[in-house]
Design a protein around this ligand. Structure first.
Ligand SMILES: [Zn+2]
Length: 359
């Protein structure tokens, strides 16, 4: 078991040095060691294939119309309806997402799970498939955050957008937890523990940007940095936290197994945070005039501690005169909150189908 984890860690290190070539189509491709790979979650999404993670066997099971495929990260051996077959390249992990080689897609997946007509996806269409969201308004109290030339304070904008977003989510039947609802100072560690105690599905931290260059403007989303070792965090958390797994008596005192489970929870959370960042940018691109600076990874302290998919949104630059003027208006802040709501909706509907037991 230990060897397998070490192998996984090593392979993640090796992969992260390689080049990614987004294809520009709906299905992004990755080049790892000269071989073209696809995101397994995206493939399954496209074909409506059910995907489940067996935490004990560390196996990914794909099912549709009584056809099944089983595979493991780092392994070239797969099972097609229970029959073994070797791929020329192994299933891998890239940026926290399971990826599969082109050979797997062309010769196995596409043939086994035939195309179904995909329903066109419309923003604002379905119900938000989440129970609870933590909304964290950045700064507060004696920490004003960034201050604009015309005195707009980041802490005020953040709080108002957080409250507006909370109201919109509640109107859709989603519970919300605000790390602060008034203009007071809350330490980062308290924000993290509020989030972790809440049992929420998602953590959204709202900030406004500032830059010495006043010409800089736009909207951007950060997720936790892939360079922060998930395995290290997992091992640390396994030691310090009690596992909350149903039917998990077999995990009782095995530190290794606990670390593995935590590792998967983190890896999965990060993959989901990346998905959410991209959904937010896509919706914002369509709904506000501001430039979309994209989704990026970062080592924000507040994101590192949360044990759920988390993103930090920089809604605009208070240092930019035009954006400061816009952010001062309630109507623009409402538009931002509505955009975030639609991003969350899209994400919740496209959400990764990987179910980690007991989450
Ligand atoms: Zn800030």
């Amino acid at each position: 078991m230990k060897n397998r984890i070490i192998f996984l860690i090593i392979s993640i290190f090796l992969i992260s040095g390689c080049v990614t070539i987004p294809s520009g189509e709906d299905l992004p491709t990755y080049t790892i060691g000269g071989v073209t790979y696809y995101s397994l979650i995206k493939l399954c999404d496209l074909r409506n294939v059910q995907m489940q993670y067996d935490t004990l066997l560390q196996t990914i099971n794909l099912n549709k119309d009584s056809q099944s495929l089983s595979l493991r990260a780092g392994d070239a051996l797969i099972l097609i309806n229970g029959n073994p077959r070797n791929l020329t390249s192994p299933v891998d992990i890239y940026q926290g997402t399971i990826v599969v080689p082109q050979q797997f897609k062309d010769q196995i997946f596409d043939l086994l799970f035939k195309k179904t007509v995909a329903f066109p996806h419309r923003a604002g269409a379905g119900k938000i498939k989440l129970q609870k969201v933590v909304i964290d308004a950045g700064h507060g109290g004696n920490d004003p955050g960034a201050i604009g030339k015309n005195d707009l304070r980041e802490k005020d904008v953040n709080l108002d957008v957080a409250k507006k977003l909370s109201a919109l989510l509640r109107a859709e039947g989603v519970q919300t937890v605000l790390t602060r609802a008034t203009d007071n100072f809350i330490p980062l560690s308290t924000r993290v523990s509020i989030a972790n105690k809440s049992g929420a599905d998602l953590f959204i931290s709202i900030h406004s940007n500032a830059n010495r260059s006043r010409s800089l403007s736009g909207f951007e989303v950060y997720y936790v940095a892939p360079t922060v070792s998930d395995s290290k965090r997992a091992a640390f958390t396994a030691k310090s936290a009690t596992l909350n797994l149903r039917d998990a008596s077999f995990f009782s005192n095995a530190q290794d197994l606990r670390a593995i489970v935590w590792d998967m929870i983190y890896t999965n959370s990060r993959a989901e945070a990346i998905e959410l960042s991209q959904a937010l940018c896509k919706v914002m691109d369509a709904s506000i005039d501001a430039e979309i600076l994209g989704s990026k990874s970062a080592r924000f302290q507040v994101l590192k501690g949360v044990r759920m998919p988390g993103v930090l949104i920089e809604i605009g630059f208070v240092s930019n005169l035009n954006e400061e003027r816009l952010l001062k208006t309630g109507a623009y802040r409402e538009k931002i909150a509505e955009g975030i709501l639609e991003g969350i909706r899209d994400y919740s509907q496209d959400m990764a189908l990987v179910e980690v037991a007991g989450r």
